[in-house]
Design a protein around this ligand. Structure first.
Ligand code: CTP
Length: 417
């Protein structure tokens, strides 16, 4: 269910103060279910001990080119064949030069030569070293050869100065690892547009009508769709979580903005999933200056556009999107209300949320949904985290696409920008 689960990931750690952050990176990968084999250069061991990585990964780090691996195999040869991904974090200027020139003087460079797994590089070095033409030329060589790059960032460096050269944070490297692994996933070639978060309808420059949506369900859908290899557009309003990287982001705060952004993307959308909590009403007047409390105010409301209804009309003209999925936030007559919403909005699938439950729906990390399909299908899922829910929904989307012969077949495609 999680793209990192059971993946064999090599984590090369070179000498640099950021080696301590590689410990956290290793831990995050292991927690996500990956099998992590750490390889360390001689200088990396001056910053962090192999014992630390060994304890976290449950495997003895490879620190020597001729160290034997499980079953008496030579480490850098055996590992190279098994790996799904090779991350080098932090990557020093020295090891970068070795990779670019194909040296094999240590476990990391030798394994990089032997493996055909994708290479994800997280450089960390002083700004002047990073900016040096030699380093930049090495970088270009590696990128042209197909290596993926994350960072370096601008920030505080080991020297105490501030500049470019800081290694990306472990969670950012994990996200990039997920993106690299998603290439050629089961949804590759598919273009999915997702709306997420809540809208805001402004009364004056400081006040708005909003709602409880956190954006977590839409963001989970975007991340999981990305991990499965889809090209993802995320149209988002107010959210309490960050949007994922590796997806095309389109901010849209008001219902009107959501409508425009969604209609714009329709011709290039195979599947639309409308997870946003879009306002049904907005103030008739938005005041240009802040309303004063001395004056009694009566806010008159008018209907906002119904995005999915507008989509249904446009879809009838252009034949896209091929599949439309809505959400139904209900508090009573759950299934009947959701079914009639599915009909009214011409959806192939609707995800029913009981928004009165404390552990599901708005704001929380978990959800309990029922998936209803136009052909009468109904599937109630138990309480699970929102990424697991997203995975189930996307599985069903994939099934429907196949079942109704919408001309989609998995293909190659890279998500990396
Ligand atoms: N939706 C929409 N445009 C709106 C409001 C909602 O496209 N102006 C979408 C939501 O993103 C969701 C679906 O319609 O996918 C159902 O939203 P919901 O709030 O449950 O229903 P409403 O259409 O607002 O209907 P009601 O107020 O009768 O529950």
């Amino acid at each position: 269910m999680n793209i990192l689960a059971d993946k064999i990931i090599l984590l090369g750690v070179t000498g640099g103060i950021a080696a301590y952050k590689a410990v956290d990176l290793c831990s995050k990968l292991v927690q996500a279910g990956a099998h992590v084999q750490v390889l360390m250069t001689y200088t990396a061991q001056k910053f962090v001990t192999p014992l630390t990585f060994g304890a976290i990964s449950g495997r003895q780090p490879i620190t020597d080119l001729w160290q034997l691996y499980e079953g008496g195999k030579i480490g850098h040869v055996a590992l190279a064949q098994e790996a799904d991904l090779f991350i080098i974090a932090p990557l020093s200027a020295h090891t970068m030069a070795g990779l670019a020139h194909g040296t094999a003087d240590g476990p990391i460079t030798a394994t990089a030569l032997s493996t055909r797994a994708p290479l994800l590089l997280a450089p960390a070095m002083e700004s002047r070293m990073w900016e040096h033409p030699a380093t930049q030329a090495n970088l270009q060589t590696l990128i042209q050869r197909g290596a993926y790059l994350v960072g370096p960032e601008v920030g505080r460096l080991a020297s105490g100065g501030v500049g470019i050269g800081r290694m990306s944070e472990p969670e950012v490297i994990v996200e990039h690892a997920r993106i690299v692994l998603s290439r050629k996933g089961p949804l590759s070639g598919l273009r999915i547009t997702i709306t997420a978060g809540g809208t805001r309808e402004w009364m004056d420059p400081v006040r708005f009508m909003g709602n409880r949506s956190s954006g977590k369900m839409g963001v989970a859908l975007a991340r999981v769709a990305r991990d499965l290899g889809a090209h993802v557009n995320l149209i988002y309003g107010a959210m309490t979580v960050d949007p994922p990287i590796g997806v095309h982001l389109v901010p849209a705060m008001r219902a009107e903005d959501m409508l425009r952004a969604t209609l714009n993307l329709l011709p290039e959308t195979d599947v639309l999933i409308s997870a946003a909590a879009i306002a049904d009403f907005r103030p008739v007047v938005t005041y240009e200056t802040k309303l004063k409390k001395e004056t009694d105010q009566e806010i008159r409301l008018e209907r906002t556009p119904d995005v999915l209804r507008a989509v249904a009309e446009r879809r009838a003209e252009i034949g896209m999107p091929r599949l439309v999925v809505g959400f139904a936030a209900e508090t009573s007559d759950l299934v009947a209300n959701a079914r009639s919403k599915m009909e009214r909005k011409n959806l192939e699938m609707i995800i029913l949320n009981d928004v009165t439950a404390a552990d599901a729906g708005f704001e929380v990390d978990t959800n309990r949904v029922t998936i209803l399909t136009r052909d009468g299908g109904i599937e109630s899922l138990p309480l699970m985290d929102k990424e697991a829910v997203a995975y189930h929904i996307l599985q069903r989307v994939r099934g429907l696409l196949g079942a109704v012969g919408l001309g989609w077949s998995p293909g190659a495609g890279s998500l990396l920008p």
